[in-house]
Write a protein that binds this ligand. Structure first.
Ligand SMILES: Cc1cc2nc3c(=O)[nH]c(=O)nc-3n(C[C@H](O)[C@H](O)[C@H](O)COP(=O)(O)OP(=O)(O)OC[C@H]3O[C@@H](n4cnc5c(N)ncnc54)[C@H](O)[C@@H]3O)c2cc1C
Length: 503
């Protein structure tokens, strides 16, 4: 085998999954047909849960340096914004950052971790057999073949991997389109944002750089135009005038494009040795700014599981849990973007519904519910039925301030930079150190600490196992009859040490 894993597609999701694998010392290559990162950024927003996950890998400072935080999100551009500031997290904001910048950062990191990135390399075919996968690609030096134990298709909405694996892409075609322009608006106040929906359509304007604004227009008279039809500057200008009454002196365009509300989801996120992630697994109206965010979270869910399998310590069920855990999250994403599409689409009575929804969003609980959805703070996984029940099992691991044995304080996400499990022992049991043969658990970071902040949910926790993707595998309560035995059993179930090492 040339590689442990071949990743097809070097967008944000492919880069992230490749980095996660490389972090675990898996030999991984990434094949990307473009020569360099596209300057045309579809995504502009990174949401709270993705920020947390990137923080867990030590990327928060660089992201903050490059992006611009704002404490809000939106749902269908309703007049009441989503208030992310109430989220229980240091990452309680949207980070405005062009996708091209995010990709550059992720690519630097992937290269730094040793991912073999082949650009100008288009995958032409992929097939799998019992022992592995084979990929044929055409690169600058012609056609070549690569073999690996597993492959990940992160090759976008038109995914060749998905098609060649004959995985059905179930859903509906677009029923309307919107226009996008990254343009100069000399008459718009610097930094100003616009969001307005009327019977004529909807418009949203946000700054991308000091010079460029992103204009999104849903013009009721032009929503039936096919996605592939090019947008002209004149068209965008007249739609802005029709929908908003102003064109802000629209000048040069860096990028003009059209997008639609086609909504589809791969029937399976895994077919034996081949996995799908990101747009290869789901497409939808880009409303609320979620596709890349969800894809990055999939990448982080998949990376450590696949690495664990290749390292030989993954129990059989772990790899299967990728589809089980992420498919429903993707379905929920499709449903919330379909709901937003209904609110955006022009039809009789829609303005009344929008007003009603906007007033409901002024109720803090309603706002919190949708904020959690768009921020992906509502994502949790099924509790492990083999572990003693605990309210924390399967939940998102929100960052804790820990006090270590030497008295120093530590933010818990710092423990997760290496992508290992974190075994957090909070009960000061002197026998904890002899619990298992730690040499065999190199993929588990054991930490003895206490919690140095108010955290009611953690009050009686004896020990908890935090997964590398920032969810709680299990927590053992101090009231357990023999807590150390429960911890030992939980370790054996989730991270049985093995002997196979690829690298
Ligand atoms: C107008 C618009 C605005 C958006 N705004 C947001 C937002 O604000 N926030 C958000 O989270 N999401 C947003 N999205 C969605 C987001 O852009 C996508 O979800 C994200 O790009 C998906 O990442 P990906 O890596 O899965 O796929 P892609 O970014 O599509 O990357 C796939 C890569 O695979 C490569 N590839 C394809 N086929 C092959 C092949 N055969 N061989 C080799 N390489 C191949 C492609 O060149 C590409 O680089 C928006 C989308 C649109 C259209």
């Amino acid at each position: 085998m040339n590689y442990g894993v071949i990743v097809v597609g070097g967008g944000p999701v492919g880069l992230m999954v490749a980095s996660e694998l490389a972090l675990a010392n898996i030999k991984v290559c990434l094949l990307e047909r473009l020569k360099e990162t596209t300057p045309y950024s579809r995504a502009l927003t990174i949401h709270p849960r993705t920020l947390e996950v990137l923080d867990m890998r030590g990327l928060a400072p660089e992201l903050l340096e490059r992006g611009r935080p704002i404490p809000r999100g939106h749902f269908a551009g309703l007049a009441t914004p989503l208030d992310f500031s109430i989220l229980d997290s240091a990452s309680n904001y949207t980070l405005f950052l062009a996708q091209s910048e995010t990709e550059k950062l992720l690519e630097e990191r992937a290269r730094g971790l040793g991912v073999a990135i082949f650009r100008e390399t288009e995958v032409k075919s992929i097939r799998q057999h019992d022992e592995g996968v084979e990929v044929t690609a055409i690169g600058p030096e012609g056609e070549y073949r690569l073999a690996a134990e597993y492959a990940v298709g992160a090759d976008g909405g038109g995914s060749l991997v998905r098609k060649q694996m004959e995985i059905a892409f179930l859903g509906t075609d677009a029923t309307f389109t919107g226009m996008l322009g990254d343009v100069k608006l000399p008459e718009l106040e610097p930094g100003k944002m616009v969001s307005q929906f009327t019977e004529q359509g909807g418009i949203m304007i946000v700054p991308v750089t000091k010079q460029i604004h992103r204009v999104i227009v849903f013009d009721s008279e032009r929503m039936a135009i096919a996605k592939d039809e090019p947008v002209t500057l004149d068209e965008l200008k007249s739609s802005m005038l029709r929908v908003y009454g102003q064109d802000f002196g629209i000048g040069e365009a860096e990028w003009l494009s059209r997008f639609g509300n086609a909504t589809r989801q791969a029937e399976q996120f895994r077919k034996k040795r081949v996995f799908l992630a990101g747009d290869a697994a789901h497409i939808h109206l880009p409303a609320g700014g979620q596709g890349m965010n969800v894809g990055l979270q999939e990448a982080v869910n998949l990376g450590w599981k696949l690495a664990a399998k290749l390292k030989g310590w993954a129990p059989d069920w772990l790899l299967g849990s990728y589809h089980e855990e992420r498919y429903p999250v993707s379905t929920a994403l499709l449903r919330n973007t379909e709901a937003q599409a209904l609110l955006i689409r022009q039809m009789p009575g829609i303005m009344e519904l929008r007003k009603l929804m906007a007033s409901l969003l002024q109720i803090p609980e309603a706002n919190a519910l949708l904020s959690a959805q768009i921020a992906a703070f509502d994502v949790g996984y099924a509790p492990d039925l083999h572990s003693p029940p605990h309210a924390l099992n399967g939940r998102r691991f929100s960052e804790l301030t820990l006090r270590l044995a030497n008295g120093s304080l530590l933010k818990s996400y710092k423990l997760m930079h290496a992508g290992s499990y974190v075994l957090l022992h909070l009960a000061g049991d002197p026998q904890f150190g002899e619990l298992v043969d730690w040499e065999k658990y190199g993929h588990v970071e054991g930490v003895q600490a206490s919690i140095a902040e108010e955290a009611a949910d953690w009050e009686n926790v004896h020990t908890a196992l935090i997964r590398p993707d920032g969810y709680i595998a299990w927590a053992v309560d101090r009231s357990e009859a023999v807590p150390l035995e429960a911890v030992k059993a939980g370790l054996a179930r989730w991270c049985e040490p093995g002997s196979v090492h690829l690298k």
